[in-house]
Design a protein around this ligand. Sequence first.
Ligand SMILES: NC(=O)c1ccc[n+]([C@@H]2O[C@H](COP(=O)([O-])OP(=O)(O)OC[C@H]3O[C@@H](n4cnc5c(N)ncnc54)[C@H](O)[C@@H]3O)[C@@H](O)[C@H]2O)c1
Ligand SMILES: O=C(O)[C@H](O)COP(=O)(O)O
Length: 525
Amino acid sequence: MPKVLISDKMDPKAAEIFRARGVEVDEIIGLSKEELAEIIGKYDGLAVRSSTKLTPKILESATNLKVVGRAGIGVDNIDIPAASAKGVVVMNTPFGNSITTAEHAIAMMFALARQLPEADASTQAGKWEKSKFMGVELTHKTLGLIGAGNIGSIVADRAHGLKMKVIAYDPFLTEERAVELGIEKVTLDELFERSDFLTLHTPLTDQTRGIVSREALAKTKKGVRIINCARGGLIDEEALKDALESGHVAGAALDVFAEEPAKENALFGTPGLISTPHLGASTSEAQVNVAIQVAEQMADFLLDGGVTNALNMPSLTAEEAPKLKPYMALAKKLGSLVGQLAHDAVKGISIEVEGAAAELNQKPITGAVLAGFMGAYSDSVNMVNAPYLAKERGLDVREIRHEREGVYHTLIRVAVMTDEGEKSVAGTLFGEDAPRLVELFGIKIEADLDGDMLYVVNEDAPGFIGRIGTTLGAAGVNIGNFHLGRRDGGGDAVLLLSVDQHVDEPILLEVCNLEGVKTVKTLSF
Ligand SMILES: NC(=O)c1ccc[n+]([C@@H]2O[C@H](COP(=O)([O-])OP(=O)(O)OC[C@H]3O[C@@H](n4cnc5c(N)ncnc54)[C@H](O)[C@@H]3O)[C@@H](O)[C@H]2O)c1
Ligand SMILES: O=C(O)[C@H](O)COP(=O)(O)O
């Protein structure tokens, strides 16, 4: 039974779903980095929100970890390249809390416009400072969005209801989508110059870090009000403090901070600052949504191989996964075969699918070929890290699909490009799900690729099979099965032997010295 750790506060629905699906679950909240590193090795899955930081160091101890599920959107607390390199799938729940977060941004905008927190504190302190809290209307004001994705577009929709003019800077927003959303697309500078209210809805990346910089703030309208319910780090906090103190920025409402938990922050106490402790996603509705989604997605992956909302591998639905399973097994074996036989100076690899395989999602088949192929170079390779390892090695990966059926109802061909030209192997499925090799470097041969095997290339001449059988028999190696193939028109023959044990070096040397032998190699599947 797979085992999952929930390490951040999550709606109880998550644990309920894990248990109901047959996944063992522990909930341990508030672990230090050291404590997490100490226990992570026991778990196949880790479910987090934004508090747990999954660093390369912690991943080093995560010897069994297969999947990290983020019950929420932002994944900047997870080192995705390190997780990918380790073969760990990272998934999030990209829509479960978007409405809630957009509503928080709108609430922050109202709070800024009418200074609600200060007015509340003053009133409850018995001051009745009616003339002190003069507000502004939202109607007909310009709202500038930095980022018009899921949350930004919901904010735009709500702002339209408030009769605001919405402009946006988002390099990935198409004109058509902008028209559909009723948003005017502008440059970043124009956005700073025109916005009465400015709200941030981008992830924190190298491009967006500090996007509201000191220089940017200098370009904003005097009296601008700024809302950040996306990520700390998007705004230069020191520059914002100065702009609030000088009165250039009339108010800022921050849900997120560069350092979290923000128990101390230079901005605290600055006039015009409103803050909440990363509450954007904190409604009961959103938390139920993301808890259900993350648990279902992780259980699908751990139990059936289904992949949804993964950030480092292609999606694979729970319905697709069982159909793809035998094709992926075949693909992995073929990848492994070429990896073991032709791994020197491989520059590129092409994966060709034909017939029934061509009707399926090709990405997982490619991933499985690469996992088999890269397994010849590196331990602990899987579908997640194989494409990264292949890229690191500079391997050119090509995918080809032929809808037509050939001799076989389905065929997967894996070809490697080397200095000596192209070499390929091909396989099919016998029945519904039995992987079978049908071609090896241009020679027709039918073989199961299983367990320990011996690959022998020899001159196609009488008496060879007897000689190799006698040699292996004398060395105590039992042959389970043998498969023969030869080039049409004569020349070399190929022998694939299934053996009951790994063939050691001295025996290999004896086989190598047999008359007519050109190549001998052990294989393992
Ligand atoms: N405060 C919270 O509790 C809370 C809750 C949910 C999400 N978030 C954060 O909100 C952010 C946005 O979430 P989303 O669901 O809308 O994501 P999304 O991916 O749907 O949208 C992000 C948008 O940012 C745009 N973008 C990327 N780089 C940009 C750049 N350099 N300049 C301008 N725009 C750029 C993208 O094109 C995209 O349209 C995420 O960082 C997420 O972590 C915070
Ligand atoms: O990116 C998100 O989904 C939000 O920042 C929510 O974070 P939380 O789950 O820690 O509240």
